[in-house]
Design a protein around this ligand. Structure first.
Ligand SMILES: *Cc1c(COP(=O)(O)O)cnc(C)c1O
Length: 411
């Protein structure tokens, strides 16, 4: 068949892409990637194929992830923020509704509700796991029921790669009738209650991110996993303008082989086949990445045991993917301030970070009425937390150096 149009990718184009893959930044500047020859070859193969986007590699990526996670459906999109947005829409979230999430997360976990016109509220964190506290949630729901302000959606973030108390959250969801979306952007490759995160046993939908700082990357990319066919169908439509080519989803008869219908308002949130190829290729090393992360976490736990820092606590039933390794300074036992320790580590070339500034303290959310003191556990956490280097290529020697410098600065 002669196509109605086709792309013009030549050798120079391919070389340009390979050069970026071999550089330090595939998006948003420098990050630590783990690209191997196989990843680059997978992308080049797509560049040489007939499909740069909307092709077969996306489906292969979705199927591979669904299978690995023991979920029935997977819908890949351009990033996890888009995934959260369409997951909220598929859950029926709209103006006048509430979305609840943790303040200890990236902005997108709350912003997705704002995109739908919903109001946001937060549930404070557990002082030990730093995840949304399921018991605080239970009390807050009790009050909300009395006031007629129950949430429609809860975004349960698997902070640092460890799921929340999803069993309890699912019970509460059933009792109060809200939809649980697990934001597992940090938790690709993690497990909970003996099954892979993403199986969506305790959530209606699970969202993954494939941004380069996460566990595996597709440069930019996200995915929603679900076991509900109705949600999967809706997500597929929303990712592509709200349009369908499936006569079963149409209103009235089809006009012919060219025909499609827009049955609701959707977006262009598609991922490309190039990105899907990269993500699929990385999946083959996911187990290795996570096992090295677990090794490094166990090593940190051993090496930091006698320092004046509080280490992450394990959530019952959760096996973290260790996207982040966060410690909290026991500031009353340390002469330097939190900021001085942080800057001291940066000054000796240790790229520490801070996850997260409580979302409710962002100017945008303060304008919506939130203020300091609203979520005290998250605020206390913020005053003490530091994310230490954590990625599979971190060597034991580099890790020893991090610990040594932290010891010096907290003496
Ligand atoms: C990274 C991240 C996101 C957003 O992911 P993108 O793919 O960059 O859109 C959402 N939620 C959490 C918790 C994240 O860490």
């Amino acid at each position: 068949m002669i196509p109605y149009g086709r792309q013009n990718v030549d050798e120079a184009d391919i070389e340009a892409v390979v050069a970026v893959l071999q550089s330090d930044g595939v998006t948003q500047g420098a990050v630590i990637e783990n690209f191997e020859r196989a990843d680059i070859d997978a992308v080049v193969a797509v560049l040489q194929s007939d499909w740069l986007t909307q092709g077969p590699t996306i489906e292969r990526f979705e199927q591979a992830m669904a299978e690995r996670c023991q979920a029935d459906f997977a819908v890949a999109v351009c990033n996890a923020t888009a995934a959260l947005h369409i997951a909220c829409l598929a859950a029926g979230l709209g103006p006048g509704d509430y979305l609840w999430t943790t303040p200890n997360t990236f902005l997108a976990s709350a912003n997705c509700g704002r995109y739908c016109g919903a109001d946001i509220d937060f549930v404070d964190i557990d002082p030990l796991t730093w995840n949304l506290d399921a018991e605080v949630l239970a009390s807050k729901l009790e009050l909300a029921e009395r006031d007629g302000l129950l949430p429609k959606v809860l975004v349960a973030v698997a902070f640092a790669g460890q799921s929340c108390d999803m069993r309890r959250i699912a019970q509460l969801a059933q009792r109060y009738g809200f939809t649980v979306i697990e934001d597992a952007s940090h938790a690709v490759g993690a497990s909970y209650a003996g099954r892979p995160v993403g199986c969506s046993e305790f959530a209606a939908m699970t969202v993954f991110s494939f941004h380069p700082v996460k566990i595996i990357t597709s440069a930019e990319g996200g995915m929603v996993l679900t076991n509900r066919a109705d949600l999967a169908e809706r997500l597929q439509r929303l990712r592509c303008h709200g349009m369908t080519r499936d006569p079963a989803q149409m209103i009235g008869p089809t006009h012919g082989p060219w025909y499609y219908q827009q049955v609701e308002l959707g977006f262009n949130y598609r991922i490309t086949d190039l990105q899907a190829a990269l993500g699929l290729s990385q999946m083959s090393r996911l187990d290795d990445f996570v096992s090295r992360r677990r090794e490094l976490a166990a090593r940190y736990e051993r090496l930091l045991a006698y320092l004046p820092v509080t280490l992450p606590s394990a959530q019952a039933e959760a096996d973290s993917a260790w996207h982040l390794y966060v410690i909290r300074l026991q500031t009353e036992r340390i002469s330097r301030s939190h900021r001085e320790v942080f800057e001291g580590l940066r000054a000796v070339g240790i790229g520490v970070n801070l996850h997260y500034i409580p979302v409710h303290l962002q100017p945008y959310y303060r304008d919506l009425g939130f203020a300091e003191g609203d979520f005290p556990e998250a605020e206390r956490y913020y005053a003490e937390a530091i994310s230490l280097p954590m990625f599979p290529l971190l060597s034991d020697e580099q890790q020893d150096h991090v610990v040594e410098q932290l010891r010096r600065l907290t003496e």
